[in-house]
Design a protein around this ligand. Structure first.
Ligand code: ITT
Length: 495
């Protein structure tokens, strides 16, 4: 019931705001050929140039915006905007019918006082728009674009909209070709004046309505006052204090309310304790439940983590998986060109050795992986020797693949797996993450993507080798992809 009442109240106040807007626009803006910003400004320009009534252009442009908005945001979200657009279209039509003269022109109610018309029109527009916005309404236009963009991106449209307004208002210079340059410039100046006045009025009214105050209440009857404030739905905090002169314990109530409710608070306190001591201070902003939402973006400073690898392919794969949130630096990026020994007896030991090296000599939090191919028919070879399978210098993929094909000649059991172990050192703590993918070794090379043994390895359930897949396809199922996914989960769980 309360909700219905609030909705009906919103609609009534929005309608009132729209009526003031339509009246200001028809009586003070249009007859003096002033161009404001936004869709109303475009509609005005079309009207001055062609005589097409403003509500027609206004409705057509907004209908196009609304169709997009309904698709993206849904009906419910757009209901008040649809109402705003349709009602304003109707009211613009109505007010023009009410004052239109026999020759079809709109009367200049303030005679030759064009600038006065500009000031009054813009002031009333600002007040009217604040009525709409304060009651969750909208007049469509750029609000719709802002709502759509906001859904996907946390960006401020302010600058874009301001540029649009500047273009719209400036373009009225070209419409009045029967006027001399001075008068055309005057129209542009009036347009900007109107925009500035209405924006300032809008901000002023909205901020005044949102202005909050902080009461600090010192009273022996503090508990009764706190209960009474709570009973009106307001939050109260009790602070412990000490009266320095009397050396007695005092309780201080702190209560934040909208400024417009301050008289109500005074009354309530006076009824309970007429001798209460209290202060009221304007506060710049109040954020939290029942008040505004903080509109700052979270600091998005990326955390730097070093990936201890010399393998550019691996670096690229991992950056594709983690890069958005973390600044993944390579050994090259931190100036580490030393040979990092890998002398462990397992993937885990080797990964740890590499990560420890970076942590010890460069101080960065760091992760390293050790991966390799384990072929069942070769008793798990090449395993930790995967890079150096064909030669001691290592990393000769062609030679490694050729050797693997030779070793596998005539073997019917072609099962193999890739394994990755990641060691992550953060401060003093080391954590391991493991990933594995099973598959088969082919009898010939397929594909030229990926690296290492990719052209010979077909993962289980797939028909292509890793070398025939895109990087995303490989990352989604690969040993490293799986280990990194666990690593990402771990990083996320601590955010
Ligand atoms: P870093 O030690 O500098 O990180 P690396 O190339 O030696 O680079 P690994 O020790 O993790 O990397 O891997 C050893 C070898 O295993 C690697 O050179 C490849 O031949 C093979 N390998 C690892 N991951 C692979 C993958 O995703 N696809 C194909 N081959 C891979």
């Amino acid at each position: 019931m309360q909700n219905i009442y609030l909705e009906v109240r919103d609609f009534i106040l929005i309608t009132l705001g729209l009526a003031i807007y339509a009246m200001a626009y028809t009586c003070f803006i249009l007859p003096y050929q002033i161009t404001t910003g936004g869709v109303a400004g475009i509609a005005a320009i079309v009207y001055y140039a062609t005589g097409i009534e403003v509500q027609v252009t206004y409705l057509l442009i907004n209908a196009a915006f609304l169709i997009a908005a309904i698709k993206v945001l849904g009906w419910k979200f757009c209901l008040k905007t649809i109402y705003g657009v349709l009602m304003l279209t109707f009211l613009l039509w109505l007010f023009q019918r009410l004052i239109i003269q026999d020759d079809g022109s709109l009367p200049q109610v303030l005679g030759n006082e064009s600038f006065m018309a500009c000031v009054i029109g813009a002031l009333l527009e600002g007040i009217a728009l604040s009525f709409c916005f304060l009651n969750n309404g909208s007049t469509g236009g750029t609000d719709i674009i802002a709502a759509i963009v906001n859904k996907y991106k946390n960006m401020s449209l302010g600058v874009v909209l301001m540029i649009c307004d500047v273009i719209i208002i400036s373009s009225c210079y070209f419409v009045f070709d029967d006027l001399d340059t001075v008068h055309r410039v005057q129209k542009v100046v009036f347009g900007f004046s109107a925009l500035i006045i209405s924006s300032f009025t809008l901000d002023y009214v909205i901020n005044r309505q949102r202005q909050s105050v902080q009461f600090m209440i010192f009273s022996r009857n503090y508990s009764k006052i706190a209960d009474a404030l709570n009973a009106t739905g307001r939050g109260v905090t009790v602070l412990n204090g000490e009266g320095w002169y009397t050396k007695t314990e005092r309780k201080v109530l702190v209560c934040l309310v909208k400024k417009r409710f301050s008289v109500e608070i005074f009354r309530l306190i006076k009824q309970i304790d007429p001798y209460a001591f209290l202060s009221m201070a304007n506060v710049q902003g109040v954020y939290g439940e029942g008040f505004d939402q903080m509109k700052v973006k979270k600091m998005s400073k990326k955390k730097t983590i070093v990936f201890a690898t010399n393998n550019a392919h691996k670096l690229e794969e991992v950056r594709a998986m983690l890069g958005e949130k973390y600044d993944i630096r390579s050994l090259d990026d931190i100036g580490c060109r030393s040979y990092i020994p890998e002398t462990g007896a397992s993937f885990q030991e080797n990964a740890l050795q590499k990560a420890q090296f970076v942590k010890k000599y460069y101080g960065f939090d760091c992760f390293a992986d050790d991966s390799g191919l384990e072929v069942a028919a070769l008793n798990g070879a090449p395993g930790i020797l995967s890079a150096r399978y064909a030669s001691e210098e290592g990393h000769d993929s062609a030679a490694n693949n050729a050797k693997l094909l030779r070793e596998m000649e005539g073997k019917t059991d072609r099962r193999a797996d890739f394994r990755t172990v990641i060691a992550f050192i953060e401060g003093d703590t080391t954590t391991y993450f493991e990933g594995r993918v099973d598959g088969e070794i082919l009898t010939e090379l397929h594909g030229d993507g990926g690296f290492g043994y990719d052209p010979l390895f077909v993962p289980e359930g797939c028909e292509q080798t890793f070398a025939e897949m895109t990087q995303e396809e490989k990352n989604a199922i690969s040993h490293r992809g799986r280990a990194v996914a666990k690593f990402v989960e771990f990083l996320k769980s601590r955010e």
